[in-house]
Design a protein around this ligand. Structure first.
Ligand code: FAD
Ligand code: 2HG
Ligand code: ZN
Length: 479
C-alpha cells in the first residue's frame, strides 16, 4: 500500500473531518512548541470516540505505522513530535474534549483525555471544587498530555503531581484493547495499578482517552504574598519555616531571580509594581476552603518572622484579587518573557531540598567556567525542589546553534551537578525525544532495564511513540 492508501484507510475509519493531510495544516502538529525539531506525519488523525481510537490503533498495527499521541503539543522535550521518517502518524485528541461528569460528593471529575486543562478547572469550579493542577500552559495543554507527562506546576507543594490526582483511566493499548477503568475509588487494591503505568509514559504505552481526577474543596480564602529575598536567604530553611507555621495551608512557594522577573515584566502589558530583593523573590500563597480562617494575619505573622531572620528584605501581601492575579501572572509569564528575549536553553532540574543551595553554587561555577558573560533565568517550584535553570540565548546568536552547543557541553555539567546531589535532569517536563540520551546516561541501569521490559510488554511491535523516552528490549522499529 502507498502512503496515500494508508491515509485513505484511516479516512474510511474516521471520515473526512477526522483526517487532516493538507501540508499547511500539518505544520503545527509536526514541530515542538519551542521549534527545536520538525518531524513529519502522513496525516493527523482526530478520532472522536474511544472506539475510534481503538480502530485507529488496530489498523496502524496491521499496516506497520507508528503512532504519536498528541494533546496540546506544549511538551518541552519533543515528546509529542513525530520523527522525520514519515512513517509515524500523529493522533490528536483535540476532538475528544468532553467533561463527562462532575461528582461533588465523590469529589471527582470524569473527562475525555482531550479536554483542555483550563476547561476542566472551570468545570470543577462551577461545582465549588478545585482541580488542583495549575501550570502556565493550562489554556492549551490537555488532560491526556498532563497524564502523559505527569505534569507538575504551581501547586504541587500541597496537592502533588498529576499522578496524585488520578483516580481512574480509560486507555487504548497498542493492540487496540480498551482499558476501561473510569472508577472514582480512593481505595482499590485489586492488583497492579495499571492506570499509573500511563502516567509519565509520554505516549509510549498506549493512548489515554479518558480520566477521572480527584478534586479538592475550592479555596474561598487566600493569602498571597510577594517576598523580596535577601541575598543570603537560605531557600530550603525559609521553606521549612513557612511550611512548619502554615502546615496544610501552603499551596505555592515559587522562587524567581531578578533576571526572570525582569523578563516577565517586559512581556506584560500591565505588570505589578513588585520586584526582586537582592536574592530574588518568592511568590507565596496559603489557601483554605474554610471561611473562618484568617489567612492574612497568619501570613503577616510568618512574614514578620522571616524578616526578623533577615532572610526577607521586604514583603507585600496582595490586597485584592486583582493584585493576587497580577503576581501570579508575573510568575507564569516568565517562559513567555524568555521566548520574547530570544529563547533560553532549559534545564528542568530536581534536587533534594537540602541540596538546592549547593546546586545553585556549583551550577554557577560551571556556567562561569563555560563563559563569563552568560546570562541566566533561574526560577521554579522550589517548594518541590524543582529549579528551571535556564541559560538565556545571547542576543544576536543563532538560537538553535547555541542550544545545541550548550546541550552538548554545559548542560551535561549541570546535570552532573544535579546527579551528584541525588537530583535529576527532568523534574516535571519528561524525557520525550530530546532527553532520551540523558535517561541512558543518568538513569539507574536497573530502572531503565525495568522500563524497557514494561515498554516491550505493553508494546511488543514498538508502535507507540517510537523514539521517545526509552528504547525497547528488541531493536526499535524504524517508523
Ligand atoms: P503534549 O505536548 O501534546 O504531549 C506530551 C506527551 O504526552 C507526549 O509524549 C505525548 O505523546 C503524550 N500524550 C499526549 N496526549 C496523550 C494521550 N491522550 N495519551 C497518551 N499520551 C499522550 N509542565 C509542568 O509539568 N509544569 C509546568 O509548570 C509547566 N509549565 C509550562 C508552561 C508553558 C508556557 C509551557 C509551554 C509548558 C509548560 N509545561 C509545564 C509543559 C507542558 O505544558 C506539560 O508537559 C503538559 O502536561 C503537556 O500537555 P499537552 O497536552 O500539551 O501534551
Ligand atoms: C514553568 O514552571 C514551566 O513555568 C516552564 O515549567 C519552565 O520554561 C521553563 O523553563
Ligand atoms: Zn515548571
Amino acid at each position: 500500500m502507498s502512503p496515500s492508501d494508508h491515509v485513505q484507510a484511516f479516512r474510511d475509519l474516521l471520515g473526512a473531518v477526522g483526517v487532516v493531510d493538507d501540508p499547511q495544516r500539518l505544520a503545527t502538529y509536526t514541530t515542538d512548541q519551542r521549534q527545536l525539531f520538525t518531524g513529519s506525519t502522513l496525516a493527523v488523525l482526530k478520532p472522536v470516540t474511544t472506539k475510534q481510537v481503538s480502530d485507529v490503533v488496530t489498523l496502524a498495527a496491521r499496516l506497520g505505522i507508528g503512532l504519536v499521541p498528541q494533546g496540546g503539543n506544549t511538551s518541552y522535550c519533543g515528546g509529542a513530535t513525530p520523527d522525520a521518517s514519515g512513517r509515524q502518524v500523529v493522533v490528536s485528541l483535540e476532538r475528544m474534549d468532553a467533561i463527562r461528569e462532575v461528582d461533588p460528593l465523590s469529589m471527582s471529575i470524569s473527562v475525555d483525555a482531550g479536554a483542555i486543562l483550563k476547561k476542566v478547572q472551570e468545570a470543577a469550579a462551577s461545582a465549588a471544587l478545585l482541580l488542583p493542577l495549575s501550570l502556565g500552559a493550562e489554556g492549551s495543554c490537555r488532560i491526556g498530555g498532563n497524564i502523559g507527562t505527569n505534569a507538575g506546576g504551581l501547586s504541587v507543594v500541597r496537592y502533588g503531581m498529576t499522578r496524585d490526582l488520578l483516580l481512574g483511566i480509560e486507555a487504548v493499548l497498542p493492540d487496540g484493547t480498551i482499558v476501561s477503568d473510569m472508577r472514582k475509588l480512593r481505595k482499590n487494591n485489586t492488583g497492579y495499578d495499571v492506570k499509573q503505568c500511563f502516567v509519565g509514559s509520554e505516549g509510549t504505552l498506549g493512548i489515554v482517552t479518558g480520566a477521572v481526577l480527584r478534586l479538592a474543596p475550592l479555596p474561598v480564602r487566600r493569602a498571597t504574598a510577594w517576598l523580596k529575598l535577601a541575598k543570603v536567604a537560605p531557600l530550603a530553611e525559609l521553606l521549612a519555616l513557612v511550611r512548619r507555621e502554615s502546615g496544610e495551608l501552603l499551596t505555592t512557594f515559587e522562587f524567581m531571580t531578578a533576571r526572570s522577573i525582569a523578563l516577565a515584566t517586559a512581556a506584560m502589558a500591565s505588570p505589578p509594581s513588585v520586584g526582586p530583593g537582592s536574592g530574588g523573590a518568592i511568590l507565596l500563597e496559603f489557601a483554605s476552603s474554610s471561611r473562618h480562617l484568617d489567612l492574612d494575619s497568619l501570613m503577616e505573622t510568618i512574614l514578620a518572622e522571616t524578616v526578623e531572620y533577615e532572610w526577607v528584605e521586604d514583603a507585600f501581601l496582595a490586597q485584592s484579587g486583582a493584585q493576587r492575579a497580577s503576581m501570579w501572572e508575573l510568575r507564569e509569564t516568565i517562559p513567555e518573557g524568555e521566548k520574547r528575549w530570544g529563547g533560553s536553553v532549559k534545564h528542568d532540574i530536581s534536587a533534594p531540598l537540602s541540596c538546592i543551595q549547593r546546586f545553585l553554587d556549583v551550577a554557577g561555577v560551571e556556567v562561569r567556567k563555560f563563559h563569563a558573560d552568560l546570562e541566566l533565568s533561574v526560577y521554579g517550584h522550589v517548594g518541590d525542589g524543582n529549579l528551571h535553570y535556564n541559560i538565556l540565548v545571547p542576543q544576536g546568536t543563532n538560537r538553535i546553534a547555541f542550544t545545541r552547543l550548550v546541550e552538548a557541553s554545559l548542560s551535561l555539567r549541570l546535570y552532573d551537578a544535579a546527579a551528584a546531589l541525588g537530583g535529576t535532569f527532568s523534574a516535571e517536563h519528561g524525557v520525550g525525544r530530546f532527553k532520551r540520551h540523558l535517561l541512558e546516561k543518568y538513569g539507574d541501569p536497573g530502572r531503565v532495564a525495568a522500563m524497557r521490559r514494561v515498554k516491550t510488554a505493553f508494546d511488543p511491535a514498538g508502535i507507540m511513540n517510537a523514539g521517545a523516552v526509552v528504547r525497547p528490549l528488541d531493536p526499535e522499529p524504524v517508523y
